[in-house]
Design a protein around this ligand. Structure first.
Ligand SMILES: [Zn+2]
Ligand SMILES: [Zn+2]
Length: 445
């Protein structure tokens, strides 16, 4: 679940994946993909009013994202203000400050994010350096190395900051089987069931969000059976998906939904109510694609786990695993990394942990292996200013940091910063992560 505030330190007049509060003043908007947690404020009356007054403000996204967004009438008012940018095509855009008339050019490149249809990462190049916003992403190991536009000639571009999808940046998710492995697991289960008879039916218990299309199209292609879904008008201009899904209930693979679909299933019925034409009872199994559930297992499991008489869990992830993130950062080696995702229930001390983790990753890709497995994902606080009155070189001893932390003059969200400092001190007492913790505080300044 994204908790990114919308703005990057280097280009604060752009807003990405957040459209409320201070983002209402942005000079340009960017949408990485059509998931609700990345669309906060996008159809709010306040933003609508802003658009009516500021005729030069646009929303940039991929052509597929534009298509999906405009399927919903709630976003129709954006229609003439969306600029669909082709993926992997650097594009220069001029950002106008309407108040001062000041103009600045920036080059943006959309890179495929492998998360759901239309999902992209944004690479910005401009006067304040090159920065990469990943949105939500799933990149397999080595994929960054194959992205030509992340490179200048043969070497990777100098990237100042990465704003990173840290959903599974947690050692519990060290290794998530690849997309192909997960797909093959599900494919074999579905195949073995539906070939038993034509009354054997599979219900894919997928959440109502984009991202499962990859699964549907592959199952349909391999098994020659279309997948029943509630609606398909959003795919009207995407024949590669449209061909594999159907609103005809008479099929053996279903991904349809009903508000009470669990009740339906307990009664051995499909959410769409489909029955066989001659009255023979259907034999239904449900398959629930999950990632969290697998991460919570203490023992190693298979890709498919049977959880009941006729229910299964299947491993399936839209987000990069811990080791994929590690590989990605180790390859592009940015100066800064900022996590975009905070799961529920995280606390401030996790900020310091994750930051250390990411920083350390950049410096020494092997270092991560040594960390205890209790790391969770951080809260990322809004801090306007922290200053520590000494050069970093003097911060090597435990004592000197304690003194520094006391001396630190802190402005902004005072209590939170103080909390951070005390957390850092605690880590120091345990002789953990001295320099990087200090660097973390400094990087917030
Ligand atoms: Zn997403
Ligand atoms: Zn159905």
């Amino acid at each position: 679940m994204s908790s990114f505030g919308g703005r990057m330190r280097e280009y604060p007049w752009l807003s990405l994946d957040r459209f409320d509060r201070e983002n209402l003043r942005a000079r340009a908007y960017f949408l990485s993909h059509c998931h609700k947690d990345h669309m906060k404020g996008l159809r709010a009356p306040s933003l609508k009013r802003r658009l009516e007054c500021s005729l030069k403000v646009h929303l940039y996204c991929s052509p597929v994202t534009k298509e999906l967004l405009l399927t919903s009438p709630k976003y129709k008012f954006w229609e003439n203000r969306i600029v669909a940018l082709e993926v992997e095509t650097p594009t220069q855009i001029s950002l106008l400050d309407e108040a001062s008339g000041e103009k600045e050019d920036i080059v943006v490149t959309l890179l495929p994010a492998g998360h759901c249809p239309g999902s992209v990462m944004f690479l910005f190049q401009g006067p304040n350096g090159t920065v990469l916003y990943t949105g939500d992403f799933r990149l397999a190991k080595g994929e960054a190395a194959r992205m030509e536009l992340l490179h200048s000639g043969t070497r990777v571009k100098d990237i100042q900051s990465v704003y990173l999808d840290t959903t599974f940046c947690d050692p519990r998710f060290y290794q998530i089987p690849s997309r192909e492995e997960c797909l093959n697991g599900i494919l074999e289960l579905v195949r073995s069931w539906i070939t038993l008879s034509r009354y054997h039916v599979v219900w894919l218990n997928c959440k109502a969000a984009y991202g499962y299309e990859y699964l549907f199209t592959n199952l349909s292609e391999e098994l020659g059976v279309k997948v029943h879904v509630n609606k398909l008008d959003m795919f009207n201009n995407m024949p590669e998906i449209l061909y594999h899904v159907t609103t005809d209930r008479h099929t053996q693979i279903h991904a349809c939904r009903h508000p009470r679909d669990d009740d339906y299933l307990r009664g051995n019925r499909l959410p769409c109510g489909m029955t066989s034409r001659n009255g023979t009872p259907l034999r239904i199994i449900s398959v629930k694609p999950s990632t969290m559930w697998f991460g919570e297992r203490t023992r190693k499991t298979n890709i498919i786990v049977r959880t009941g008489e006729s229910s299964y869990r299947a491993c399936f992830s839209f987000h990069s695993s811990y080791s994929e993130i590690k590989d990605f950062l180790g390859y592009i080696r940015p100066v800064n990394v900022y996590p975009n995702v905070v799961p529920m229930g995280s606390t401030a001390d996790e900020v310091v942990k994750i930051h250390f983790l990411l920083k350390n990753q950049i410096k020494s890709p092997q270092g991560l292996e040594l960390l205890p497995s209790l790391y969770k994902i951080p809260v990322f606080p809004t801090i306007t200013s922290v200053s520590i009155p000494a050069p970093l070189s003097k911060c090597r001893g435990q004592k000197s940091f304690a003194v520094l932390a006391q001396k630190a003059s802190v402005r902004g969200e005072g209590a939170r910063v103080r909390n951070l400092i005390s957390v850092t001190e605690t880590l120091l007492q345990r002789k953990m992560f001295l320099l990087s913790s200090i660097e973390f505080l400094l990087s917030l300044a």
